[in-house]
Design a protein around this ligand. Structure first.
Ligand code: NAP
Length: 314
């Protein structure tokens, strides 16, 4: 009998994730007999959930809010890339060794965002300072700061709680910059529009790493008129992927700036995870097509209807 291998997403809440559609399309396209499901997990059950990944039929897992840091002590090791973010893990892969199974924590958001920004030629266009300003101070913001440091850019953070922003910035910087004199304390209060305007005037890459805009095409993390402060050639990248074109992305394009929504980053982080689990290149075209179908369903409300129907039939 053929074994159906398993992978899944660990977090809470998970109902709106597009990862099952994307990863299941990838397994089909690659001819791998596997199923990706949502592993909604209560905090009290996290340790048991992680231990269950050692089973022989498991390929691996993704991790999302609120467990990207909480899973670290439950794993055997994390990669340098995950360590650089100050310990934010979004993918777990199994390694079979002579002494048993090892669970390794990775961060695939970092290479995914790096790839998106390079494709946008974000670093080659600016004439002034090489600066990335990230909005938000959670796990995804850590990935953005890590990308800035990898690219030799100056990381700035705008958070509604500047103390948290400061701590996140310091944590990520210390892994790349052991000499504290090199580190910068570039933190802004997200609600301080004046300070934001001044910082944006010298920003080459603006990244939204808050959830603001999710399923609300009118909501934006900053007043949209502030985008007019960005220099020509700046790039705006929203990590929010539903809707694919958020108010922030739409406004940036209206200002003549290059802008991208979060779907491409979702695709690339998923592709990296797929390769870590299977040892194969990811079937990007099939994964992209699955995400586009999800986007269409979301635009027409079909995703909500289907979920409601399955909620009542389960
Ligand atoms: P997280 O750890 O929960 O962090 C969210 C951050 O946004 C926190 O700093 C939070 O501030 C801030 N925030 C939340 N609501 C806010 C509001 N109304 N006003 C101001 N700040 C607010 O989440 P995450 O993992 O970093 O993810 C952030 C977003 O990026 C999510 O929408 C996620 O889906 C998206 N994401 C997308 C990709 C992709 O591949 N496209 C990858 C990773 C993440 P407090 O700490 O004060 O609550």
């Amino acid at each position: 009998m053929q074994v159906i291998q398993r992978a899944g997403l660990i977090g809470q809440p998970l109902a709106h994730s597009w990862s099952p559609a994307m990863q299941n399309a990838a397994f089909v396209a690659a001819g791998i007999s596997a199923q990706y499901t949502l592993w909604e997990t209560e905090p009290a059950h996290l340790a048991v959930r992680i231990a269950s990944l050692r089973a022989p039929d498991v390929l691996g897992a993704n991790v999302t809010i609120p467990y990207k840091a909480a899973v670290v002590p439950l794993l055997d090791a994390i990669t340098t890339g995950a360590r650089e973010t100050g310990g934010a893990v979004n993918t777990i892969a199994r390694e079979e060794t002579a002494s048993g199974i090892r669970l390794i924590g990775h961060n695939t958001d970092v290479p995914a965002l790096q790839r998106v920004l390079r494709e946008q030629q974000a670093w080659s266009s600016g004439s002034g300072e090489k600066r990335l300003l990230v909005l938000g101070a959670g796990g995804a913001a850590r990935a953005a700061i890590s990308v800035a440091l990898r690219e030799g850019a100056d990381p700035w953070i705008a958070a509604r709680n500047p103390t948290v922003g400061q701590s996140v910035l310091a944590t990520v910087q210390q892994h790349r910059m052991p000499d504290s004199a090199q580190r910068h304390n570039n933190v802004i209060d997200l609600l301080d529009t004046e300070a934001l305007g001044v910082a944006l005037a010298k920003t080459q890459v603006l990244v939204n790493a808050t959830p603001i805009g999710t399923r609300d095409p009118t909501a934006a993390p900053i007043p949209l008129a502030l985008l007019g402060q960005l220099p020509q050639g700046a790039v705006v990248c929203d990590m929010v992927y539903n809707p694919p074109e958020t108010a922030l992305v739409r406004a940036a394009r209206a200002y003549g700036l290059r802008a991208c929504g979060g779907m491409l980053m979702l695709l690339y982080q998923g592709a990296e995870a797929f390769s870590l689990w299977t040892g194969r290149p990811a079937p990007l075209a099939a994964m992209r097509a699955a995400l586009e179908r999800q986007a269409q369903a979301a635009a027409t409300g079909d995703d909500i209807r289907k979920r409601r129907d399955s909620d009542t039939t389960d």
